[in-house]
Design a protein around this ligand. Sequence first.
Ligand code: GDP
Ligand code: MG
Length: 162
Amino acid sequence: MLPVVALVGRPNVGKSTLFNRLTRTRDALVADFPGLTRDRKYGQANYEGLQFIVVDTGGISGDEQGIDMAMANQSLMAIDEADVVLFLVDARVGLTGADQGIAEHLRKQNKSVYVVANKVDGIDGDSESADFFALGLGDVNQIAAAHGRGVTQLLTHTLMPL
Ligand code: GDP
Ligand code: MG
């Protein structure tokens, strides 16, 4: 059985971009507007020799209603079935209330959760990521999903303990 890695976080943080990189497909929809991925989506990843199932989700905004509620439910199910949760946040936007709401949920789960600050390309990753320690979920892993920076290191770090 391959380990299952779920990508969660609010819309537009780069979950589908990371999914595409890990699966090397264009299957997961990537868009400039939030909320395009309505359902959870599975892919098989073989990244630098690491094999796992990766699950892309539509995102959680924290104040869902209607279709957004269904998207949030998909994310909660993905968290439930995952061995590892990668909680993506946007290093360019910084810490948001929605991030804090998601963290509150994740802290209650008995899961391996890793905070992943995405989009550190062209910015000072260390200073922009510092705020995310306040999420209370440990170290902040910096990546640039669009360019692949930090991704191998992140996966090695998160999959090794399994
Ligand atoms: P999702 O809603 O979380 O799935 O986010 P997407 O993967 O659709 O990405 C949202 C936006 O962020 C798109 O415009 C991406 O091109 C952009 N993006 C994703 N990863 C990076 C990154 O590493 N650096 C930068 N600068 N932009 C990124
Ligand atoms: Mg998406």
